[in-house]
Structure formats: structure tokens, C-alpha cells
Design a protein around this ligand. Structure first.
Ligand SMILES: O=C(O)CCC(=O)C(=O)O
Ligand SMILES: [Fe+2]
Length: 337
């Protein structure tokens, strides 16, 4: 448990050797150019315009920020405060949740990504748990901080409604039959609270390495501290924090369902010297036995399927293995012409 970054005493003055990245993976001095950022979409705008903007952003960047999305500002703030309170708890309070098993689907606290097996570590602690249906999941969550369930519960439900609303807009924008994402495809929901402590040398480490998210969509509440960067046109673009906005990104399974029309973009997290960063990511995901394949209505002679069919659970197993070996998990499912 001494491994947890959030349980180390005081601010560290040097980066421990096991966190130093190989030179080619270090973010270095050159961080994302400040002039470019990901599209911002106002959900209260004209519905047809909003759909066009979402599809365009999902094709060009795989990422966009949503404002005027209807999730209560108070809840967005509280969930970050409570997440930070959890990471600030004494070790004895947190250790019952600690697990180094990457396949453990329970309420799990971990540090870095796969601490026991990875060659070098990442500057992050995280707490992850499922959240839907809420009544089946909430009793697995922490009871300390006392407000944890009372804040994460309603927050997860509001974020779920927003996620389903965005999926409906994507459904319409892609021209899929109404309700395509309802049922098994969006049955699950996972939340990950991330804590990236301040770091003595952000040039040498990463909070999270370059990766794509495996599920359907992600809705990230990133608070006020920058750190998220998106890989676009061979360069890193910063997702600058906007108060109370959600950063939304297309995940691998949605790229497959859209037959490559929408992009699941790689992203990473850089750290800061003087400030810690807490974020809460919510993922909408299919149930394990749901079939993932390009939507039939997007397939034609001119647009043949680019991906094979497989169950959501099979993809998840391969994702964990491939990501460990630095491979792109989407490659295994691609149909070669
Ligand atoms: O904390 C962030 O900014 C991003 C987190 C992320 O990419 C993830 O949890 O998959
Ligand atoms: Fe991610």
C-alpha cells in the first residue's frame, strides 16, 4: 500500500526511478500547442446543428466538450471534492479496496495501470466501480467519505441520462434506426475517479500513457486543472478545462459500430509541478454478451464492413492483453481487404 501515490507523505522532491519513462515516451518540454483545442458544443443549440457538430467533431477529433448539458453544477463540483476526499483518507481506510488484478471487476483501488507487471509506472491512483443499475452496485462503493454514495449515486444517474442523450444524437446523425444504442449496447456504466498528484518533473512521467478507451463513450469531468491531451493529425492537442463542461470521446466499440465513420482517438494525461488533478470519468458500455459489429444500415457494396463481429466481453479480454503489449486492439478485429 506504500505504493499508492496518494498515501505517500508530503510532496516528493524527485521522481522515483520506476516512474521515469523511456526517453521516446517522455512528454518533454514540448507540450500541446496552446492555439489549438477540441470543439466545444452547446447542447442547448438547435438540435439539427448540434447533431452535425457532434458528428463532425467525432470524425475529426473523436473528442468534443459539451456545455449547457443539464447535469447540475453542484453535483459536478461535489463529485470531484468527494473523490479527492477519498484519496486523502488514511491508508487503512482505503486498503480494503486495493487490488492489482487487472481483471477484477469489483470496486477497485489501484495505482498506475498494472503495477505488478508493468515495466514502469504512471503517476496516477484510481478508484473504479460499476454503477448501473444503481441499486445493484451502490452497496459495493465506499461508505467513507460519508457523502460518497450520496453524491456519486445521483451524479452517475445524471451522467447516464446525458450519455444516452448524446448516443441518441449520434444515432440520428449516423442515420441508424431510432433507439439503436438502447438495450444491451448501453446496459453498463463504469466510473473511474483519477487522482494525479503534483509531480516534481512532469517532463519525465505521464499520468496515463497514450491510449484509446475500449467502451462506447466516455464523459469526463476534468475540473479546473489541465492535463488531458488528444492525439490529432500527428500532434498533441490540449483539452483545456472549461468550467462545468464534459469532455466526451468516442470509444473503440463505437468506432466499430459506426464502421469507422467515427474515430476513437488516442489520448494521454500529463502532470503538473504545483497542482494535483482529480477527474471523474464515466463510461457507457455494452453488456458482456452483446454483439459488437458494424451497423447493418451502414454497410453497402460501396462501404463494406471494416470490422468483424465479436462479443463485447471478448473485446475486453483482448484489450487488456494488447494494451499491455503496446498493440492496437482494433487491429485484431479489422477485416483485411
Ligand atoms: O483523467 C483524464 O483526464 C483522462 C482519464 C482517461 O483517459 C481514462 O480514464 O481513460
Ligand atoms: Fe481514457
Amino acid at each position: 500500500m506504500a505504493k499508492l501515490l496518494s498515501s505517500r507523505c508530503g510532496i516528493q522532491s524527485v521522481v522515483p526511478e520506476t516512474y521515469l519513462l523511456p526517453p521516446e515516451q517522455r512528454p518533454g518540454e514540448l507540450v500541446a500547442p496552446p492555439c489549438k483545442t477540441i470543439p466545444v458544443i452547446d447542447l442547448e443549440g438547435d438540435r439539427n446543428e448540434v447533431i452535425l457538430e457532434i458528428i463532425k467533431a467525432s470524425q475529426e477529433y473523436g473528442f468534443f466538450q459539451l456545455i449547457n448539458h443539464g447535469v447540475a453544477e453542484e453535483l459536478m463540483k461535489d463529485v470531484l471534492v468527494v473523490a479527492k476526499e477519498f484519496f486523502d483518507l488514511p491508508v487503512e481506510e482505503k486498503e480494503r479496496f486495493y487490488s492489482e488484478d487487472p481483471h477484477d471487476q469489483g470496486c477497485r483501488l489501484r495505482t498506475s495501470i498494472d503495477f505488478a507487471n508493468e515495466k514502469f509506472h504512471f503517476w496516477r491512483d484510481s478508484l473504479r466501480h460499476l454503477c448501473h443499475p444503481l441499486k445493484d452496485q451502490i452497496h459495493h462503493w465506499p461508505e467513507n467519505p460519508a457523502r460518497y454514495r450520496g453524491v456519486f449515486g445521483p451524479y452517475s444517474e445524471e451522467v447516464r441520462s446525458l450519455g444516452l442523450r448524446v448516443l441518441d444524437l449520434i444515432c440520428e446523425g449516423l442515420g441508424l434506426e431510432s433507439g439503436y444504442f438502447k438495450g444491451g449496447l448501453s446496459q453498463g456504466q463504469l466510473m473511474i475517479a483519477n487522482y494525479y498528484p503534483s509531480c516534481p518533473n512532469p517532463n519525465l512521467v505521464l499520468g496515463l500513457p497514450k491510449h484509446g478507451d475500449p467502451h462506447l463513450i466516455t464523459l469526463l469531468n476534468q475540473g479546473y486543472v489541465p492535463g488531458l491531451e488528444v492525439w490529432n493529425n500527428e500532434q498533441w492537442v490540449a483539452a483545456e478545462p472549461i468550467p462545468n463542461a464534459f469532455v466526451v470521446n468516442i470509444n473503440h466499440k463505437l468506432q466499430i459500430i459506426s464502421n469507422g465513420k467515427l474515430k476513437s482517438a488516442d489520448h494521454r494525461v500529463v502532470t503538473s509541478t504545483n497542482v494535483a488533478r482529480t477527474t471523474v470519468a464515466s463510461f457507457i458500455l455494452p453488456s458482456t454478451d452483446t454483439l459488437i459489429e458494424p451497423a447493418k444500415s451502414l454497410i453497402s457494396e460501396l462501404s463494406p464492413p471494416l470490422y468483424k463481429s465479436f462479443t463485447s466481453g471478448d473485446f475486453d479480454k483482448i484489450y487488456v492483453l494488447d494494451v499491455h503489449q503496446g498493440k492496437d486492439p482494433l487491429e485484431r478485429f479489422r477485416i483485411r481487404s
